[in-house]
Design a protein around this ligand. Structure first.
Ligand code: FES
Length: 64
């Protein structure tokens, strides 16, 4: 299990957010984001995964 990854829970599930909003998912299994990087928080969108490094060692994609 990825310690930075989501918590998988059986749905349907309701989650109360910090601002008091309650969101619901009717999926049979729900991935709840624990890293807070998800753009669809509180649902995991895989943003917790480390970025793949580009094939080029240079950040700007140029070759030396
Ligand atoms: S746990 Fe997957 S995006 Fe946060």
């Amino acid at each position: 299990m990825d310690p930075q990854g989501p918590v998988l829970v059986e749905g349907p599930v309701e989650i109360a957010l910090d601002d008091g909003t309650v969101v619901r998912s009717d999926r049979f299994r729900v991935a709840v984001c624990t890293c807070r990087r998800s753009r669809t928080y509180p649902w995991c969108d895989t943003s917790h995964r480390p970025r793949e490094r580009a094939a080029s060692p240079n950040e700007d994609g140029t070759s030396r």
